[in-house]
Design a protein around this ligand. Structure first.
Ligand SMILES: [Zn+2]
Length: 54
């Protein structure tokens, strides 16, 4: 069973960290970066959110 690492998803435009997620350690070792389209409450629109460590 893979361990999970807590992550924040940060808006690439304004830097707001509104979402939290987890990532498996196996994904970390592979250097995979999470990028998701999420609604940013500050920008008031959908933006690309990138992972940030806690
Ligand atoms: Zn934003």
């Amino acid at each position: 069973m893979a361990a999970r690492e807590p992550m924040f998803l940060e808006c690439s435009e304004c830097g707001t960290r509104y979402y939290r997620t987890t990532k498996t350690t196996s994904a970390l070792k592979q250097g995979q970066k999470i990028e998701k389209m999420k609604f940013c409450p500050k920008c008031r629109m959908h933006r690309v959110h990138k992972e940030r460590k806690k």
